[in-house]
Structure formats: structure tokens, C-alpha cells
Design a binder for this molecule. Structure first.
Ligand SMILES: Nc1ncnc2c1ncn2[C@@H]1O[C@H](COP(=O)(O)OP(=O)(O)O)[C@@H](O)[C@H]1O
Ligand SMILES: [Mg+2]
Length: 267
């Protein structure tokens, strides 16, 4: 990918309108309230590879954003940077969630402060039952939903509570991965390709559940190759290309624009 412009270190003065003093959440325009979530000019690298190239966007509380773009556009890397996973390394920019500076946190602190990443590979822990996987999520505060509430949302998990998690079907493992995240106190849910590899009937089942989670007002970013499904769920859409934001608007705008979809989503 292209060389880095000289990125600005997190917390330093950048002189752009809307920048705040270090330690304070920036606002986009003078006088407006800071957004519930915002990432501001974030730059992230895998070693020397410059991947997330100055991504900025805001999310209102309760909003669902579809983060879209072709394979390799930088969607997973952006989610990982927000969740403060070590790789890619965040070298510049600010990330704020509910007045907390995520950019200066490590992954465990970001999780404690309400970032819930459901990774693409689901990471169900081998050797543990469904229920043990859920209980493990609650081993330390802050605790979110009760395990019974997770079973109410995903009755299949309740039926299989004594079954080893890794023996579940792909769809059930996705439910467990989402349930495990909700079992912690989540302010921002990050879903990385939740429908990947699943049969259409299971996709529909998970879509219904995500609609229920949406109705509860959970602030969410959903990354999906199945852009149409994600756009139906989402309020807003952000399209990434080559590690940069190329579109930020309503989900309906993308559904209505054949040009946008062809250019950046190949659908
Ligand atoms: N661990 C890694 N090390 C080096 N490069 C990586 C790594 N993971 C992803 N990349 C590169 O970063 C770019 C963006 O990848 P990714 O964020 O996974 O894209 P997306 O999720 O949009 O498909 C790609 O060019 C990919 O090859
Ligand atoms: Mg990805």
C-alpha cells in the first residue's frame, strides 16, 4: 500500500477544526456535542505495512453502521484497531467511546470499557461447553446480559448448553460468539462478517436476532461481504477502499446507488 503521510501521534495537536485539547474528546464542529463513538484520523500498521490510512467517522448512540468495502479494503483491520488489538498497531489518531479514550488503552482495557469484538473466526474455546464458554466471558466484571437472557435470545444455545462449543454448527457457533460478547457489558458491538459461511436460512435467523439487538439500542458496527443484508440492518454505511473512507452516508443511499455498489462493493 501507499507510503505513510507523516501521521500525527495520538493525543497531539493536529490543528484541524474540531480538534480538542489532548485528553478531551474532539467534536466535528465547534459547539456540537462529541459523538458517542468517534474515530479520528486513525492510522494503523502491520509491521511496515500501512493499512488503515486516516480513517475517521462518528457513530451516534444506538446507531448501526455497516462498514463495507471489497476484500482487503481494511475493514477487519479497522475493527481490530478500534478494539485495540495489538495487530495492526495504531500509530496515530484518536478513538473515543462514551468519553473514554480508547486510543490510549490496551485490548483488555478497551473490553472493560465496553468494546465487544466478535471476530470473524469466532474463537469458541475448545474443551468447554456452550455454558462454560458463556460463563468464562463473565469471569471478570463488567458483566452484561445474564446467561439466561442470552438463551432467551438464542434458544438453540440453551438447548445445547451442555454440548461442547466447538461441536456446534457454524451458525450456532456464531450465536455463541455473539452471546458471549453480550454476556459482558458492551457499549459498542463490533461484528466481523457474522454471516460468513452460513446457509441462507441461518443467516436469516441471525439477522432476526441482530434486529432484536438493534431494537434494544445497541450501538453496532457490522462488517459484511453480504452487503445487502448488512445494509438492511444498518442505519448508516461507511465504505472503505484501500484503507480510506470513500463514502459515509445512509444505508439507503448505498442501496439506491448502483454506481457506489459497483465501484466499491461489486454487487
Ligand atoms: N496480519 C497481517 N499482516 C500483514 N498484512 C495484513 C494482515 N492482515 C491483513 N493484512 C493486509 O491488510 C489489508 C486489509 O486487510 P483486512 O483489514 O483484513 O481487509 P478486509 O477485512 O476489508 O477484507 C490487506 O491488504 C491484507 O492483506
Ligand atoms: Mg475482513
Amino acid at each position: 500500500m501507499a507510503d505513510a503521510k507523516t501521521p500525527v501521534m495520538a493525543g497531539s495537536e493536529t490543528g484541524k477544526p474540531g480538534d480538542a485539547a489532548p485528553g478531551q474528546q474532539p467534536t466535528r464542529s465547534a459547539g456540537s456535542q462529541p459523538a458517542y463513538f468517534s474515530c479520528w484520523d486513525i492510522h494503523a500498521y502491520y509491521g511496515e505495512s500501512y493499512i488503515v490510512q486516516g480513517v475517521s467517522f462518528d457513530i451516534r448512540e444506538g446507531e448501526i453502521v455497516a462498514l463495507l468495502g471489497r476484500n482487503g479494503a481494511g475493514k477487519t483491520s479497522t475493527l481490530r484497531a478500534i478494539a485495540r488489538v495489538d495487530d495492526p498497531a495504531l500509530k496515530a489518531g484518536e478513538i473515543w467511546l462514551d468519553h473514554q479514550a480508547l486510543h490510549s488503552m490496551k485490548v483488555s482495557q478497551a473490553a472493560q470499557n465496553g468494546v465487544g469484538l466478535v471476530p470473524e473466526d469466532r474463537r469458541i474455546i475448545a474443551g468447554l461447553t456452550v455454558e462454560e464458554n458463556l460463563k468464562l466471558a463473565q469471569i471478570a466484571p463488567p458483566i452484561g446480559w445474564s446467561i439466561e437472557r442470552v438463551y432467551d435470545l438464542f434458544p438453540r444455545l440453551g438447548e445445547r448448553r451442555k454440548q461442547e462449543g466447538t461441536t456446534l454448527s457454524g451458525g450456532e457457533q456464531q450465536m455463541l460468539a455473539i452471546g458471549r460478547t453480550l454476556a459482558r457489558d458492551v457499549k459498542l458491538l463490533l461484528l466481523d462478517e457474522p454471516y460468513e459461511g452460513l446457509a441462507p436460512v441461518i443467516v436469516q435467523e441471525i439477522e432476526k436476532t441482530l434486529e432484536q439487538i438493534k431494537a434494544l439500542g445497541m450501538t453496532t458496527i457490522i462488517v459484511e461481504q453480504n452487503a445487502i443484508a448488512a445494509l438492511h440492518l444498518a442505519d448508516r454505511a461507511i465504505i472503505l477502499d484501500m484503507g480510506q473512507v470513500v463514502f459515509d452516508g445512509t444505508a439507503q443511499d448505498v442501496l439506491d446507488s448502483a454506481e457506489l455498489r459497483q465501484q466499491y462493493l461489486a454487487i
